[in-house]
Design a protein around this ligand. Sequence first.
Ligand code: ADP
Length: 288
Amino acid sequence: MAILKTEGLTYTYSAGTPFEKTAVDHVDLCIEEDTMIGVIGHTGSGKSTLMQHFNGLLQPTSGKVLLNGQDIWADKAKLRDVRFQVGLVFQYPEYQLFEETVAKDIAFGCKNMGLGQEEIKSRVLETADMLGMERELLERSPFSLSGGQKRRAAIAGVMAMRPKVLILDEPCAGLDPKGRNLMLSQIRDYQKKTQSTVLLVSHSMEDVAEFTEKLLVMSKAKLFCYEDTYKVFRRADELRQLGLRVPQIASVMQSLRKKGVPLPEDLYTVESARDAVLALLRKGAASC
Ligand code: ADP
């Protein structure tokens, strides 16, 4: 079932001035429940502007955003509720931590929702567990944590509100490869557990190949496509024309196929490529 829809969504910054810029141009989308989605596109293609429409931070210049079939701007009094249902985590969210303890910071959004003490406590603990944050951290000042743990505390505050849609803008910016992988695995586990829809804005083709089911591709303010991740990576030449690329491992597999190695298509992750190469080697050994 669709959770979020856009109809002819268009947004123009500084309309009617010499600085006018249409950042999102007639975008029609239908986003399903319970899905892990990557959002990709060149810098300036309109990703961030589009995401800010999903929780009503920006109001369309024309067109509509529908959450559960309801136009989110039909009744402005309900926008607060929209922001509880669609959580948005900006880049480097750790700069927004401000409470005395990590637990209080994670609880902040839940308090605003008016949840009871017990419910808040159980959500804080459950979310901290999902993100692998040890209990002992919860009573510390957020400012005493490491960079990765601060980032987790900030993301946990939005996750604890259990939004139906969670949007994360480059949640791994600045993390090392091991930290990136752990963070993305935890976000995927959260998505599975809560059966929510997660939109992951990313510049890393490797990350979206490994962790997402669908890709939303923006190009020059237009929606280029929204489809299964593996189908998008089949369109390598078109992606290249947009200044994007397929994951490196996919290029390596394609070069091998061109040299006559009988590898299957749709190998976009290191694991799937490794399994395919090992299967070929085993087949070769068996036929010797
Ligand atoms: P992305 O997230 O893909 O990098 P953005 O949505 O941030 O793209 O930007 C899309 C276009 O809108 C860009 O050309 C950008 O310069 C312009 N833009 C973004 N924010 C503003 C703003 N506050 N005022 C004017 N133009 C903006």
